[in-house]
Write a protein that binds this ligand. Structure first.
Ligand SMILES: Cc1cc2nc3c(=O)[nH]c(=O)nc-3n(C[C@H](O)[C@H](O)[C@H](O)COP(=O)(O)OP(=O)(O)OC[C@H]3O[C@@H](n4cnc5c(N)ncnc54)[C@H](O)[C@@H]3O)c2cc1C
Length: 352
């Protein structure tokens, strides 16, 4: 992710000796990931009387914080609510900043124990007695102990790379943020779904010369009904150049090469936004013993309780749908917390 604070967690392999002693507290539930789903898991478990701690490698709602600065949600505010706290908004659809303020307010209201800037590196132990190995942004290590785990790590940290020459150049971005730096420049957008359409429109409206390349035959049919005609009309008017049934084969410092049918086209280019989607960190889940099924990498999990194939580890939010990241949103993932809390109550009562 491009915007970690400068002193964020390094990628270095964890040391074998924890710099800090293990906490003595045995939590009933440790939630990994303090996005909307993780917060809702913690709230529901806490309401059920459980002792809960949340851990996030970034800030509260770290993924939302890294969404485009001026974004507006597709969803009306009441469908983003968690913990029965109303989300009032003067807008038909709330902005990113309103959502961040709302979720901060909810976390404070429920006095959630959120450990920010603590990345979970590894989980050891088993049902009833898990050790969660964390590392903070200074590389210091620690351990938290919990009887049960809920994992709600989302999908926004790992872009789907195209694996083409030049993708590693600093002018290539997999996250779109703000249009201002791209005024008067040649920008290529790769993709044909919502994120690509929104970035193309916003960049064009702020003075960038925008070209869109999509391997499909047209703008994707799932693009929101208020965005689709806008992007299609800009393309029809020639305000945004677009190449469909096309792909990018190479990115160079001053140009991009496109493959259109059987021909090649080289365009001058300053910046590239590859809006090619994101995927959950399957290897993180796998490291805990979670198994997957089918081409969509659906994690094995009981649909009633959301307990995975590893007893005591529950899955929540978008990761439940594997690589089908367009199936679970905040809108529906926010109810996973209640499901997990109910299952936890039964399980913990049975083992008292
Ligand atoms: C641009 C955009 C617009 C969207 N608009 C909408 C909308 O209008 N309505 C809607 O319902 N949905 C929308 N979505 C989808 C929605 O935001 C996601 O489905 C939702 O955020 C998923 O929530 P989550 O809690 O499961 O995961 P996330 O919100 O991604 O939270 C996961 C958290 O886990 C943390 N984490 C990850 N790995 C670790 C680790 N190893 N250790 C510690 N912490 C970790 C991350 O830092 C993050 O804070 C949108 C998505 C995008 C990209």
């Amino acid at each position: 992710m491009p915007h970690f604070p400068p002193d964020s967690v390094p990628d270095a392999a964890p040391q074998t000796t924890p710099a800090r002693p293990a906490s003595e507290t045995l939590y009933d539930l440790l939630v990994i990931g303090a996005g909307p789903t993780g917060l809702s898991c913690a709230i529901e478990a806490q309401r059920a009387g459980l002792r809960v701690v949340l851990v996030d490698k970034g800030c509260v709602c770290n993924s939302l914080f890294h969404y485009p600065s001026h974004m507006t949600f597709f969803t009306t505010s009441e469908l983003l609510e968690i913990g029965d706290i109303p989300f009032p908004s003067p807008n038909a659809k709330p902005t990113r900043n309103e959502a961040l303020e709302y979720y901060r307010h909810v976390a404070a209201h429920y006095k959630l124990d959120v450990r920010q800037y603590q990345r979970v590196e590894r989980v050891a132990g088993s049902n009833g007695n898990f050790s969660v190995h964390i590392v903070d942004r200074f590389g210091r290590q620690g351990i938290l102990l919990a009887r049960k785990l809920a994992i709600s790590t989302g999908y926004y940290d790992l872009p789907n790379y195209m694996n083409i020459p030049g993708e590693e150049l600093s002018k290539v971005h997999h996250y779109y943020d703000d249009p201002h730096p791209y005024f008067g420049t040649d920008v290529l957008i790769i993709g044909g779904k919502n994120s690509a359409a929104i970035a193309a429109l916003e960049l064009w409206r702020h003075g960038a010369r925008v070209t869109l390349v999509h391997r499909g035959a047209e703008i994707h049919r799932h693009v929101k009904y208020w965005i689709k005609p806008d992007i299609e009309n800009r393309i029809k008017n020639g305000e945004i150049a677009a190449y469909f049934d096309s792909s990018v084969t190479e990115i160079a410092p001053d140009s991009v090469t496109l493959e259109i049918s059987d021909s090649r086209l080289v365009l001058p280019n300053d910046f590239v936004f590859a809006m090619t989607g994101y995927r959950p960190d399957f290897s993180f889940l796998e490291s805990m013993g979670i198994r997957f099924e089918g081409a969509d990498c659906l994690p094995i999990c009981n649909p009633e309780t959301l307990e995975s194939n590893v007893p005591g580890i529950y899955l929540a939010g978008v990761i439940v749908a594997g690589s089908r990241t367009n199936e679970i949103f905040i809108e529906n993932g926010r109810f996973h917390g209640r499901q997990i809390a109910q299952a936890l109550m039964l399980s913990l009562a049975a083992h008292k």
